[in-house]
Design a protein around this ligand. Structure first.
Ligand SMILES: [Zn+2]
Ligand SMILES: [Zn+2]
Length: 358
């Protein structure tokens, strides 16, 4: 028997996240009610908490959180109730462990019709829009159009909370179109960047290089397979990458730092005809000399958004251990301690904090 109300972290606005009682949703036709395991705090949650824009809306303007909405988008859960037809629609049964992709596509816009669902025009994503409550609550509703995947029992709640961010990392690496033997640079080795390193490694790069400003993250980068880890505050990273590539520069540069300097330095250290992947989200616009992209280097500039088509392989890789996230997990906080969890995440001294529903 599912309760009538539950405690949730509700986003009302910047720095105004409240733990409050909200009704437990009832699954309608095609919908699933899941009991949430644990929820990761993401860089985008921190950005949203501080009041920044998160993505560009369909109208071409920066998109801000549309509250009130239950926060959280990195979580898996267990099916505890099914609406009419939901079992057939999603291929799940009561008690199954499942994860939904972050976006709930409309199924009707030009992108959805062309199998480009991750760019869906209405762009409903869990945890940021009031139509799509996230996982920081005991229960969460997966709408009929959610893209639901099974999660093996062997994964911990913390590992399962990593399915979404690792799927995003995987898509970004795919966008880099790495060839065997390439020199690949990942700029910014937080949670996503450390996932990217492990995923890039699967493509057998010649050299894998990590850039960051925090020594503990660079140490982890080495543990996760980086051949070279450069502290950009202490070394001339552009010169160093050129030295490591006979003066040419890297083949693939993946920007995951969210710092405009990461873009400028990437354009400098990438070789001609290289592929630059832009993954991160910035607090401010970046100014660069576009001549580098065209006349000087004829670069491929590939954007990357969410983790389309990457959930099944991510779940399999977490389950068989080919991608490890255990060393990234920091502390678990009960949902009622959300403030403390967010503050600890904002410090930048830890990688992934989890919020556990009560
Ligand atoms: Zn995230
Ligand atoms: Zn759509």
């Amino acid at each position: 028997m599912v309760d009538e109300t539950m405690l949730a972290v509700v986003t009302h606005g910047p720095k105004d996240y409240r733990v409050e009682a909200v009704p437990v949703p009832k699954p309608g036709p095609g919908e699933l009610l899941i009991e949430v395991g644990a929820v990761g705090i993401c860089a985008s949650d921190m950005k949203c908490f501080l009041g920044g824009p998160l993505f560009w809306g369909g109208d071409g303007k920066p998109g801000y959180v549309e509250g009130p909405v239950v926060a959280g988008h990195e979580y898996a859960g267990r099916v505890v109730a099914l609406g009419d037809g939901a079992a057939e629609r999603h291929g799940v049964a009561l008690g199954d462990r499942v994860v939904a992709e972050q976006i709930v596509p409309c199924g009707e816009c030009r992108y959805c019709r062309r199998d480009q669902y991750w760019m869906c025009q209405r762009h409903h994503i869990f945890g940021f829009k009031r139509q799509t409550n996230g996982g920081m609550a005991k229960y969460n509703l997966y709408p009929a159009n959610a893209r639901v995947h099974q999660v093996p029992e062997g994964l911990s709640d913390g590992q399962a909370a990593y399915v979404e961010p690792i799927a995003c990392a995987w898509h970004a690496v795919d966008r880099g179109e790495i060839a065997e033997g390439d020199t690949v640079v990942v700029c910014g080795v937080g949670n996503i960047g450390l996932g990217m390193l492990q995923i890039a490694k699967l493509s057998k790069p010649g050299q894998l290089i990590a850039l960051d400003t925090k020594p503990y993250r660079l140490d982890l980068a080495r543990e996760y397979g980086a051949d070279v880890a450069i502290n950009v505050l202490e070394e001339d990273s552009v010169q160093k990458v050129r030295d490591l590539t006979e003066g040419y520069g890297c083949d693939v540069y993946i920007e995951a730092s969210g710092n405009p300097a990461g873009v400028r330095q990437g354009l400098e250290m990438i070789r001609k005809l290289g592929t630059f992947v832009e993954f991160s989200v910035f607090n401010e616009p970046t100014t660069v000399d576009w001549t580098i992209i065209g006349d000087s280097k004829e670069l491929n500039i590939h954007g990357s958004h969410l983790g389309p088509f990457c959930y099944p392989k991510t779940i399999a890789a977490l389950a068989d251990g080919s991608i490890d996230v255990d060393r990234l997990l920091a502390d678990s906080y009960p949902l009622t301690d959300f403030d403390r969890a967010m503050r600890a995440s904002l410090s930048g001294d830890v990688l992934k904090n989890l919020v556990v529903p009560v």
